[in-house]
Design a protein around this ligand. Structure first.
Ligand code: LMR
Length: 336
């Protein structure tokens, strides 16, 4: 057998040419999420991946694991705390099990009428104070990304609150969402996002709520005959990183990643509404799900039933926090 003899000098030269010296190994950020690539969150994660590579000149490599490939909802939060993955963007409805239940304030039905109102909160001091609460959990909250307003679906039309009586509805792990569904007379069932399609298909649950981008990309229109455009609540995300990991990064890299995140956030919030409008059109085109839009009178009837969730959940999410959001958005619960 022939043996190779290479001098140290030649070896160093080869490593330099091939770029294999360990000093040049990129820093790896594993970014796990539970939705499809073709969604507001999936696309924003991809944008961040591109910008992070560009601004750090490939010193950082972001690896994205979409569609619960790596972890489901609850597991991914544990994984980011343990540092198994470095970055996530869970929906704001999923921070309760982590011990930061205040984020469930975003689940209050009809709290926001538009993205503009919502942004006054997420891009202002109230939003920042909420992100700051994550620090005690070993996590840094670095941005809010939009998805959008949720719609209700089932195999029967859901037009009035009475239609929800006894209907089993899948929810995320938020007590506010549980209270919302109970107020309508439905039977809420907490379930990981990755399990919803099959649960709808097999009748484990009868219906669900989500922005249409999630509904369509998970093919829920194949197993739900009716979709009500109710815009009754908001679903968005907090982008989070493992704090110890972030603080271990060189200052310059952190600044470059920060810039990439700012730009990815602008992108996320620009595409979110368009993606949901596109998905609604795709559901319509599929011909599989009948779409009903609430009339103003029907919407008022939903609001009258659902507004009591704000009071019921004040002790969970904080009465002061609710009031500070009312103040920022101009929401008046007495004027419905
Ligand atoms: C859900 O579980 O319904 C959503 O939070 C999924 C997501 O991340 O958009």
């Amino acid at each position: 057998m022939k043996t190779w003899k290479i001098g140290i000098g030649a070896l160093v030269m080869m490593m330099a040419v091939c770029g294999t010296s360990s000093a040049e190994e990129p820093i790896l950020i594993k970014f796990s999420h539970v939705v499809a690539i073709d969604t507001p969150k999936g696309k924003a994660a991809e944008k961040f991946r591109e910008l992070a590579a560009q601004y750090t000149r490939n010193k950082v490599k972001v690896e994205i694991y979409p569609n619960s490939q790596l972890f489901k909802d609850k597991e991914e939060l544990e994984a980011v705390q343990m540092g198994t993955v470095q970055m996530l963007a869970p929906s704001l409805a999923k921070f309760g099990p982590l011990g930061v239940k205040e984020f469930e304030v975003f689940d209050l039905p009809y709290l926001f009428d538009s993205y503009e109102q919502l942004h006054k909160v997420t891009q202002g001091s109230v939003g920042q104070e909420l992100l700051d609460k994550l620090s005690a959990k070993g996590i840094l909250g670095i941005a809010y990304w939009d998805n959008g307003f949720k719609q209700m679906s089932a195999n029967k039309p859901l037009k009035s609150p009475a239609d929800f009586q006894g209907v089993k509805m899948r929810i995320q792990s938020s007590k506010v969402l549980e209270s919302q569904m109970r107020s309508l007379g439905a039977n809420p069932q907490v379930m990981a996002f990755s399990e919803v399609y099959q649960a709808l298909q097999t009748g484990v649950v009868d219906g669900t709520e989500n922005p249409v981008s999630n509904f369509y990309t998970q093919k829920m229109h194949e197993v739900q005959k009716h979709l009500t455009v109710s815009d009754h609540g908001y679903l968005g995300y907090a982008v989070i990183v493992n704090k110890a990991f972030w603080e271990s990064l060189p200052k310059e890299i952190r600044a470059q990643l920060g810039l990439a995140m700012v730009e990815a956030t602008v992108f996320a919030n620009q595409i979110a509404k368009k993606e949901n409008d596109k998905a609604l059109e795709a559901v319509r085109q599929s011909g599989k799900t009948e779409i009903t839009t609430l009339t103003p009178a029907e919407r008022s009837a939903w609001k009258r039933v659902l507004i009591k969730v704000h009071q019921e959940m004040a002790s969970r999410v904080g009465a002061e926090l609710i009031q500070s959001i009312y103040k920022v958005t101009g929401f008046d619960p007495n004027k419905l």
